[in-house]
Design a protein around this ligand. Structure first.
Ligand code: AP5
Ligand code: MG
Length: 228
């Protein structure tokens, strides 16, 4: 991957790390960036939900952990990410959504990307926790194309149906208020220390994400990504 150009226009190949608490808009922004920059969106949460849908032993184990609002093991997600970033579609860069979220994951990511000549642009979406609960309890998602909606903030044209596919929109199992609060507690305990890691390396780009629309935020992020 070394030295390859990047359609994102930010020089050498980069991993765009979308970082922030549950419901901060990582998935929403990844959908914008994937379109704008023509690079793949890698969401560890989506990959884990695919295992759950497969209903195998691993899927059942993951389901219990996610339903409790806890994090799955570092070893599992690191293996998934390593396998994914070595696929050919990642050669011009990629978007990481939900990874890393522990210090060991962040250290492993450095070890994965450094030797491959891939830089990191870390975007930290800062969002007030009360807004997050409001957002996540209203979130809906198309099971076919993945488009995200919100019944209060970004409703579909036909209630309960995807604008693109017409498919019945789904509610995530972990979007119950009690589980949302557990996910926020896991973020505070295990993921916030990763912010200090990124900050100490000078990689952190804070974006205030509580008020602005997804489109405005996407424009800000693209500016950061394109800055040298
Ligand atoms: P994951 O799927 O990554 O969930 P999360 O981090 O909890 O984040 P969400 O997907 O809930 O929120 P988001 O930031 O993507 O927000 P969204 O764009 O959807 O992980 C799920 C679970 O998997 C974890 O709890 C853990 O168990 C496990 N896991 C995953 N990765 C792991 C890892 N690396 N290590 C260990 N375990 C891991 O937006 C939310 C809502 O807000 C939507 O309705 C949207 O329409 C709306 N919205 C978005 N932006 C705006 C805006 N600007 N204004 C108004 N509304 C907005
Ligand atoms: Mg998400």
């Amino acid at each position: 991957m070394n030295g390859l150009g990047n359609p994102a226009g930010c020089g050498p190949v980069s991993a765009i790390v979308l970082f922030g608490p549950p419901g901060s808009g990582k998935g929403t922004q990844a959908q914008f960036l994937r379109e704008a920059l023509a690079i793949p969106h890698i969401s560890t949460g989506d990959m884990l939900r695919e295992h759950i849908q497969a209903e195998d032993d691993l899927g059942r184990e993951i389901k219990a952990v996610m339903a409790a609002g806890q994090l799955v093991s570092d070893a599992l997600v690191i293996r998934m990410v390593e396998e994914r970033i070595d696929r050919p579609d990642c050669q011009h860069g990629f978007i990481l959504d939900g990874f890393p979220r522990t210090l060991p994951q962040a250290v492993e990511l450095d070890g994965l990307l450094g030797p491959r000549g891939i830089g990191q642009k870390v975007i930290h979406l800062k969002v007030d926790y009360n807004k997050i609960v409001n957002r996540l309890t209203g979130r809906r998602q198309c099971p076919q194309c993945g488009t995200l909606y919100n019944i209060r903030l970004k409703p579909p044209i036909i209630p309960g149906r995807c604008d693109m596919e017409g498919a019945r929109l789904m509610v995530r199992d972990d979007d119950k208020e009690q589980v949302i609060r557990q996910r926020l507690a896991a973020y505070d305990a295990q993921t916030k220390p990763v912010l200090d890691h990124f900050r100490s390396l000078g990689r952190l780009n804070d974006i205030e994400g509580s008020e602005a629309s997804p489109k405005v935020l996407a424009e800000q992020i693209i500016q950061v990504v394109r800055a040298r």
